[in-house]
Design a protein around this ligand. Structure first.
Ligand SMILES: CSC[C@H]1O[C@@H](n2cnc3c(O)ncnc32)[C@H](O)[C@@H]1O
Ligand SMILES: [Zn+2]
Length: 430
């Protein structure tokens, strides 16, 4: 059976295409027709689009989904203090089942706020894979590798296992990357081995970079270079597609060095703001031709996984940084949260825009709300006024995951019960 989204306001995110009123026809997992005169029939299942903006689902380009269990557990602290004293001890208490339910909690929030796909870096990735399968989302999964702790070898084994068992799983909705955590947790030798493995398997790399000033000082003291130069010198960008999370503290030379890289930057404005990290040089990166997508980071730091908020914060920060309201306009912020993020996950041939032949990963945003009226410019409304709670319907791979704000793949009552007792146990005594 086909699905016909009728008479929606289509914000396709295709470069240069203005939003217009039209229809979308979906067969199985793909958009087979889109425009003002699609060939629908009476047998097609109709989703009424009148009063709704239809756009590609957001793609959260950097996340640690099970950290949703640590939401609001430890706020208003410096990053390393927060990580070392609070997050790592709590993570040491997490069982594989906790990871499953924490990830499921993140997915319930993501679906409810219009995200259809995410890049995740964490531990116990089998459980996250199972949760993704069950919730119906699309995801790029990475086992985070921290080599300064003991047992880095075992973790590399887990990373390889993830790649071998989960790449292409869940009907192709799951892809994988290799995830050395950061320059400050990965010394040169294991990092070189990780790069060599990624190259040999043609796998993208997902890594944190230059998130804080303290990181820059640490890497300069250890190696005499910037965090970016450290990765460049080890050959990380020679052949691999690299997803750089944060990239807040880049020198002009760093930005020039990244020119021409495959992959790009996952900008996490809310996390950066809340941890007081700084304003990432998003505009300079874009001017150097570097792809910049948007992520939230985990709910343990960002508190919220609402990509509307992150896209808005990205736009506001560039306007503020330059003292110029023309910087990072509404349409560009939305495209960064959709198509540009898709590029970072190597998924832009399949998702990130509404186009014939692409996967049907899309959302319907209810515009019949006081804060979304009148409609002079739907991209402005979506970027500057809409909230996750305005999302009415979410589809991934042609399958409805939410309709009329009812989640169709996640039992929230069971989820909240699981989360309550697990979250309390994990943080006990920390
Ligand atoms: C080994 S899995 C990933 C690892 O990353 C930690 N993490 C979460 N947020 C951040 C951040 O903003 N910077 C650096 N590391 C972060 C998370 O707690 C996991 O241990
Ligand atoms: Zn992170």
């Amino acid at each position: 059976m086909r699905t016909w989204i009728r008479n929606g306001l289509l914000a396709t995110m295709v470069e240069g295409e203005a939003p217009y009123c039209g229809d979308i026809l979906i067969e199985h997992d793909r958009i087979v027709e889109i425009g003002t005169s699609v060939h629908a029939s009476e047998e097609d299942k109709v989703i009424e689009g009148d009063g709704f903006a239809v756009m590609p689902g957001f793609i959260n380009a950097h996340q640690h989904s099970p950290m949703s269990l640590l939401r609001a557990f430890s706020d208003d602290r410096k990053l390393m203090d927060w990580l070392d004293r609070k997050m790592l001890p709590a993570e040491a208490n997490m069982t594989p089942e906790d990871i499953y339910w924490g990830s499921m909690l993140a997915m319930a929030e993501m679906i409810r706020s219009g995200t259809t796909c995410f890049a995740d870096m964490y531990i116990h990735m089998d459980q996250i894979g199972e949760a993704v399968k069950s919730a119906g989302m699309r995801a790029s999964l990475t086992r985070g590798l921290v080599f300064l702790q003991d047992d880095g070898g075992k973790r590399m084994g887990e990373a390889i296992d993830l790649v071998e068992r989960w790449s292409g799983a869940a009907d192709g909705r799951i892809t994988t990357m290799i995830g050395p955590h950061s320059p400050y947790t990965c010394p040169p030798e294991p990092l070189k081995e990780t790069i060599a493995y990624a190259e040999s398997r043609k796998l993208p790399i997902h890594i944190h970079l230059a998130e804080t000033k303290e990181e820059v000082v640490k890497i300069r003291d250890r190696y005499g270079v910037t965090p970016t130069e450290y990765l460049v010198d080890l050959g990380m960008f020679d052949r691999s597609h690299v997803l750089l999370a944060h990239a807040v503290h880049l020198t002009r030379k760093d930005v020039r060095l990244l020119h021409g890289m495959r992959g790009g930057v996952a900008h996490n404005p809310i996390s950066n703001l809340k941890l007081g990290c700084g304003i990432a040089p998003v505009t300079e990166c874009i001017r150097q031709g570097i792809t910049v997508g948007i992520g939230t980071d985990g709910a343990g730091s960002a508190t919220t996984l609402d990509m509307f908020e992150s896209a808005r914060a990205a736009a506001w920060l560039q306007k503020l940084d330059y003292g110029d309201p023309t910087m990072l306009p509404a349409g560009q912020a939305l495209r960064m949260g959709t198509l540009e993020s898709a590029k970072l996950l190597c998924l832009n041939r399949e998702v990130g825009t509404l186009e014939k032949g692409k996967k049907a990963d899309l959302i319907l945003v209810d515009l019949r709300k006081p804060h979304l009226q009148p409609n002079h410019n739907v991209e402005s409304l979506l970027a500057y006024a809409a909230k996750g709670s305005d999302v009415d319907t979410v589809m991934v791979d042609g399958r409805l995951l939410m309709q009329g704000r009812k989640l169709l793949t996640i039992d929230e009552e069971e989820l909240f019960g699981q989360v309550r007792h697990r979250a309390a146990r994990i943080v006990q005594g920390i």
